[in-house]
Unconditional design. Structure first.
Length: 312
């Protein structure tokens, strides 16, 4: 069967490395922005998923409404207002998109660059449209507005490709609770877990991160980072957290909570216990955020007994 022409073009775009030097320069610039806590705000960590798709609804909705009004006589004043609202809302939406884009894989970043350029062209056309409208050149303003909507629509098509075909912004650990069987799973010997160092094990074909503390407590999380499936077992452990080696997302070992982005979703966590020198883990079905002081971890001794161990 002949490949869809649009998908063929997008696949070519994903594999085309010519823009990589520019992408690296722009990515570095975004990383250097002094955003502080605002970076996680723009990532959408507070929301639980990227905030950029939500923010773009305002400019796109405003501009689409303006286009509808432009097709009706005598509504130029309302259309002008909507064009202005869209332009005002475009800046924060672009900022959120930029911080997300700076953490993408090369193939995603290439599509994201063209997505951004199409939207920049759209914003430029709408800015020109607003200028014409304010100067009484309504016909030119409408024409520029329709061209702007065309550019923004192309940007939206590429944004959809990023989100749904390339899984940009998706939770890459979402499947874990659906594929790991109920009950306890033996994953190795306690003696094979160096204190304070991440170790990778596998349960039901799902990679799991194990970390043993000096006091004997064993933490277990899904090993693939929820952001872009980075290998947490290759990350660093400090202050009760593990840092993803790919993009720096930080997860709390006690419950998988994403302390810092770009990850917007926590890691699935496991209960862990020691039985006769062996480590056993069980997928935690409870939400650790549902109650303060919830005690998720178990630490047993050679008798096979286990007791609840409080988490911080």
């Amino acid at each position: 069967m002949k490949q869809n022409r649009m998908l063929w073009l997008l696949d070519r775009l994903e594999r085309q490395p010519r823009a990589d030097p520019l992408i690296d320069t722009l990515r570095s610039g975004v990383h250097k922005l002094p955003l502080g806590a605002g970076r996680d705000l723009l990532h959408g960590r507070w929301l639980g998923h990227p905030v950029h798709p939500l923010m773009v609804q305002v400019p796109i909705g405003s501009w689409l409404s303006a286009a509808v009004l432009d097709m009706r006589p005598g509504r130029s004043r309302e259309a002008t207002l909507l064009v202005g609202v869209g332009l005002a809302a475009a800046a924060p939406a672009a900022a959120a998109g930029a911080v997300d884009w700076a953490e993408l894989r090369p193939e995603q970043a290439r599509v994201g660059l063209v997505h951004a350029l199409a939207n920049v062209a759209g914003v430029g056309l709408y800015a020109a449209s607003l200028t014409c409208r304010l100067r009484g050149r309504d016909a030119a303003g409408r024409t520029l507005g329709f061209l702007g909507m065309t550019a923004v629509s192309l940007g939206g098509l590429l944004g959809g490709h990023l989100a749904y075909r390339q899984a940009s912004g998706a939770n890459h650990a979402e499947e874990v609770p659906h594929v790991v069987r109920e009950g306890w799973h033996r994953v190795g010997d306690v003696a094979d877990l160096p204190v304070g160092r991440p170790v990778r094990r596998v349960v039901d074909d799902v990679p799991v991160l194990l970390v043993r503390e000096a006091g004997g407590t064993i933490h277990a999380l899904a090993e693939r980072c929820s952001h872009l499936a980075g290998p947490l077992a290759e990350g660093t452990v400090a202050d009760g957290c593990v840092t993803c080696p790919w993009h720096g997302s930080v997860f709390r070992l006690s419950d998988g909570w994403n302390v810092r982005g770009p990850a917007t979703a926590p890691q699935p966590a496991f209960d862990a216990r020691e039985v006769d020198g062996h480590v056993e883990i069980r997928l935690r079905r409870d939400d650790p955020r549902s109650a303060n002081g919830w005690k998720p971890h178990f630490k047993g001794r050679s008798t096979g007994a286990h007791r609840a161990h409080g988490s911080s």
